[in-house]
Design a protein. Structure first.
Length: 535
């Protein structure tokens, strides 16, 4: 098992000082002189510089920073110039073979072709479902190549993993490398909810529980998901089907790789699900009857997914690199990033996205400038992602086209919306880890903050996991590939979220500075600790 362990030398010094203070008969407080010596560049993170970045990135001149637009090109050129001025070096390969701050991301506008088919083989019985009629692909962050795919599927009941509340559909179920199938609903026993009221309400709805269920499936290394919706979602089938059939922005398949790391997510019509549950006492149309993981066995799934392409275009992630100074540790990597894109224009009015996510970009950029002022033992990537709005496209491509071994990414820090307080979490910065790694990552964030940044950080609320945030931004792309990743955010939703009124004059610049200090603390600590272990 991998876990975080603080730098032993630094802990020894703090312990010695504490003992000495006790001997002198005074109250013992930690002496952070060592931290000030090692991490003495926090004062370079200022409100004035944060304000300058956000007023530019959130200006009408950038036209809402939609991927592929002239406004996004201006934003990406600005970020590249700032990384260069700060001393970060280019690491990505350009089309001409030179080193560049720009990582090319190929997009296409396409529709799913009507001849796309999903096949399921249940023992001797074969079922064929048609796109838009019995199933809808819900693609998350990446593109499939046209063609045929197949694999085993495992039914995992409700797809709920809540062992501390006595329910775990994944217990004794091996879904690694397989497609997980689950039904949207919450377990009942003797007509009473098994889970506590709040959890029962969460899992009773597809919309509220989708994130939790997906994170559980991918934490168990599922290669895809088939969702059997609840009755409420079934009523929206025609609307959902029409939306999935509209032209939309997707990643073009990576031509440099024989195999893309695609993650299929399919929504199944309840009437189609009846065929799956034939012979059991569960009715997916009404939700009545007993449902458990062992009800459906020996499933083989195959799908033929095809696209009709309307347009192709190129956009870029902006990437800066700081080589590590330690000969043994420089081949390990820390990634800090924020999404640079936003929603573009609508009827001539820009969605400036000052908080979402010019604030996160400014916080990461200021932290990067401070980090670059001193050597760090591990190597550091600073990334500004494209295409977060609409599916984490840029983050997915960064990982899929990472220039080194993914196994050597020790930590990813994603930053999103740190310039406004959310009503639920005022005066607070949230540091959120994935549920399956929360203990070690929360401890790491708290220790790094206490030692260096000292901002009002919360990793839980009243000791409870902050479950309605993680996975909503680019951190999900790292988590899905097994990379330890945390989200830094001020809460969600926030005022003016995805509205044209999200402008720079509404930003709390002091809060952005605090977030930047925290990012500095997390990245600098992770890049320098002697032993950095994660689960």
């Amino acid at each position: 098992m991998r876990y975080f362990k603080a730098n032993q030398f630094r802990l020894a010094i703090l312990k010695s000082i504490a003992v000495l203070s006790c001997l002198l008969g005074v109250m013992a407080f930690p002496d952070f002189s060592r931290e000030k010596e090692e991490f003495g560049f926090l004062d370079t993170i200022t409100e004035a510089e944060v304000r300058d970045h956000i007023f530019y990135l959130g200006s009408d001149f950038l036209e809402g920073r939609s991927p592929g637009s002239e406004g996004y090109k201006r934003a990406s050129s600005y970020m590249a110039s700032q990384l260069k001025a700060a001393g970060l070096v280019p690491i990505m390969n350009s089309a001409e073979g030179d080193r560049s701050y720009f990582q090319q991301v190929d997009f296409m506008i396409s529709t799913i072709a009507p001849e796309s088919i999903l096949h399921v083989k249940d023992g001797q019985k074969e079922i064929e479902w048609k796109f838009g009629e019995q199933f809808i692909p819900l693609l998350h962050g990446q593109e499939f190549k046209d063609g045929h795919y197949e694999g085993n599927a495992v039914f995992v009941g409700y797809g709920i993993e809540e062992p501390e509340y006595g329910w775990n559909d994944y217990q004794d179920r091996d879904v690694s490398g397989k497609i997980a199938i689950f039904y949207i609903g919450s377990p009942m026993k003797n007509d009473k909810p098994v889970l506590p009221e709040q959890k029962h309400e969460l899992y009773s709805s597809m919309m509220s529980s989708a994130q939790n269920r997906m994170m559980a499936a991918f934490s168990h290394k599922a290669s895809g998901v088939i969702v059997i919706p609840d009755a409420q979602t079934s009523k929206m089938w025609s609307l959902l089907s029409a939306q999935m059939n509209r032209p939309s922005r997707r990643l073009k398949a990576n031509a440099k790789k024989d195999k893309t790391h695609h993650i299929p997510i399919f929504l199944l019509h309840p009437e189609a699900a009846v065929e799956l549950f034939e012979g059991t006492d569960f009715d997916p149309l009404t939700g009545k009857g007993k449902i458990e993981s062992a009800q459906i066995k020996d499933l083989d799934v195959a799908f033929d997914l095809k696209y009709t392409v309307q347009e192709e275009f190129i956009c870029h992630n902006v990437v800066g690199f700081l080589p590590g100074s330690d000969p043994e540790l420089k081949g390990e990597y820390i990634v800090a990033g924020a999404h640079l894109d936003h929603l573009g224009m609508e009827e001539g009015e820009p969605f400036n996205g000052a908080n979402d996510n010019a604030s996160g970009c400014a916080a990461v950029l200021e932290a990067a400038e401070a980090i670059a002022m001193s050597p760090h033992r591990r190597s550091i990537f600073i990334v500004f992602f494209t295409g977060e709005e609409g599916g984490g496209h840029g983050a997915f491509h960064f990982i899929d086209d990472f220039p080194f071994s993914l196994e050597n990414i020790e930590l990813a820090v994603n930053v999103d919306m740190v310039g406004r307080d959310s009503p639920q979490h005022p005066d607070t910065i949230l540091g959120i880890a994935p549920y399956n790694r929360r203990v070690q990552l929360e401890e790491f964030m708290e220790q790094a903050n206490e030692s260096i940044a000292r901002v009002n950080l919360k990793t839980s609320i009243d000791g409870k996991y902050i479950e309605d945030h993680y996975g909503s931004s680019d951190e999900a792309m790292f988590h899905l590939r097994g990379i330890p990743a945390v989200l830094i955010i001020n809460g969600y939703p926030q005022p003016d979220y995805h509205m044209t009124s999200d402008d720079p004059d509404k930003i709390d610049y002091g809060r952005v500075v605090e977030a930047s200090r925290l990012i500095y603390a997390l990245v600098a600590t992770a890049a320098n600790d002697e032993m950095l272990y994660l689960p």
